[in-house]
Design a binder for this molecule. Structure first.
Ligand code: GDP
Ligand code: MN
Length: 421
């Protein structure tokens, strides 16, 4: 079910503003760099700073050779992004500690807006400084799980850098995908084959790239990663293979055995309402319509939204209460649903493990305590359905109850259009 929900989320969010995905934890670049270092994966020397003054001090050790200052937000496309305060670009090449302080003051405390953050952007609370190692060529490398082969794959391209999305769209042949045996890992032979195809300027560098691929996979496997993306992996002008940017994702289901990684979670990069929902054991997904949906189960969530769409409506969000929610959690659920100012609310519950009477109790509590004026359409079926219906009836609340999904959805759409019933 988590799997379904994860893909649901990906599909639903792709076109709009994708938020941080809680089901695949992301960590900051400076944390990723440290982790890569532990695997002896070659990275430029780097250090994080959380204030302009800290950046000034840290930058002193890089003066002379020059350095790169990079905004730390959990989103890609920083290089081409812009700050709310006006600064263009989340990655800059600089020379002095004074410049580091100046850029840090324009980055820290400001929101960076990139292709991946949506218009709201994401707050930058830290910067990373890295020693200057000029790239002679930029490559793209990633380890991912591949649905088609049901294996991890190494994805590589010799046209890495900031335009990789265009490369994938316009010249898909420039991307090499190599399946990896999950247990055995990446063999030196295969890794070398990929490195040779990418093309490095010497046999030594080719071997160094191959070693890097192997270690990236080992990290991927050991740490229960869902994604290890290096863009760019560079051949530097001073003759080294280096990972210059890393975006790592980790499977939330592995939290219990990856404590050190999950301790790095930064909730300032997540949607506060979704964080709140997770605390109550609820799955909350924001969308861009005007009908709030309370459901149980990912499948029913999909069916509910499809039915609303078929009836000409558009969900504002959906909240999956799962199987074990209490009446109190249902009330929290309503608070979250209402935060989007929906024009109507649609409750569609199939009572199995989740009992309809518990939902009804939560609904009635919420309607009373939250002073709800939004029209509420309810469809309850299954365990303790009769009791639930009686409770709603006895409450004398203005709740519209239906047995048929299509009728209920049509009513919710009508209510949203009119703003009342
Ligand atoms: P992204 O836009 O969020 O993926 O940020 P990146 O970290 O990939 O930075 C964007 C671009 O800045 C890269 O494609 C490189 O050209 C450049 N860049 C990033 N890190 C370094 C670095 O450590 N050294 C140098 N010289 N350039 C870098
Ligand atoms: Mn990058």
């Amino acid at each position: 079910m988590l799997r379904t929900l994860r893909s649901t989320r990906a599909v639903l969010r792709a076109p709009a503003a994708p938020q941080q995905q809680r089901r695949a934890l992301s960590i900051h670049e400076y944390q990723s760099m440290e982790l890569l270092g532990k695997y002896q994966i070659p990275v430029p020397r780097s250090v994080a700073a959380h204030s302009p003054e800290e950046a000034f001090k840290a930058a002193q050790s890089f003066e002379g050779k020059g350095m790169v200052i990079k905004a730390q937000v959990l989103a890609g496309g920083r290089g081409k992004g812009h700050f709310e305060g006006g600064l263009q670009g989340g990655v800059h090449l600089i020379k002095t500690a004074e410049e580091a302080r100046d850029y840090a003051s324009k980055m820290i405390g400001h929101k960076l807006i990139t292709k991946q953050t949506g218009a709201g952007g994401r707050i930058c609370n830290a910067i990373m400084l890295a020693e200057m190692r000029a790239p002679a060529h930029e490559y793209y490398v990633a380890v991912l799980n591949d649905r088609a082969t049901q294996l991890p794959v190494l994805v590589a391209s010799n046209q890495g850098g900031m335009n990789i999305e265009d490369v994938a769209r316009d010249t898909p042949d420039a991307i090499i995908t190599t399946p990896i045996d999950f247990e055995k890992g990446l063999t030196n032979e295969k890794a070398l084959e990929v490195a040779a195809k990418l093309g490095f300027s010497s046999k030594e560098l080719e071997q160094s790239a191959a070693d890097t691929f192997i270690k990236l996979y080992n990290l991927f496997k050991d740490k229960d990663a869902t994604q290890v993306e290096i863009n760019p992996l560079a051949e530097s002008k001073d003759g080294a293979v280096l990972c210059m940017d890393a975006k790592l994702g980790f499977d939330d289901n592995a939290e219990f055995r990856q404590k050190d990684i999950f301790d790095l979670r930064d909730v300032s990069q997540e949607d506060p309402d979704e964080v709140e929902a997770a605390k109550s054991g609820l799955n909350f997904i924001k969308l861009d319509g005007n009908i709030g949906c309370l459901v149980n189960g990912a499948g029913l969530a999909m069916a509910t939204m499809d039915t609303l769409k078929l009836n000409g409506g558009n969900p504002a969000n959906f909240l999956d209460v799962g199987g074990g929610a209490t009446a109190e959690a249902v009330k929290t659920a309503f608070e979250l649903l209402l935060s989007a100012n929906p024009k109507s609310l649609f409750v569609n519950i199939f009572g199995g493990i989740m009992r309809c009477d518990v939902i009804a109790e939560g609904i009635i509590q919420a309607t009373k305590e939250l002073d709800m004026t939004v029209p509420l359409v309810v469809r309850l079926q299954g365990t303790k359905e009769a009791e639930a219906k009686q409770m709603i009836k006895d409450s004398k609340m203005k709740i519209f109850a239906f047995d048929d999904l299509d009728e209920a959805a049509a009513k919710a759409v009508e209510a949203a259009a009119k703003g009342s019933l």
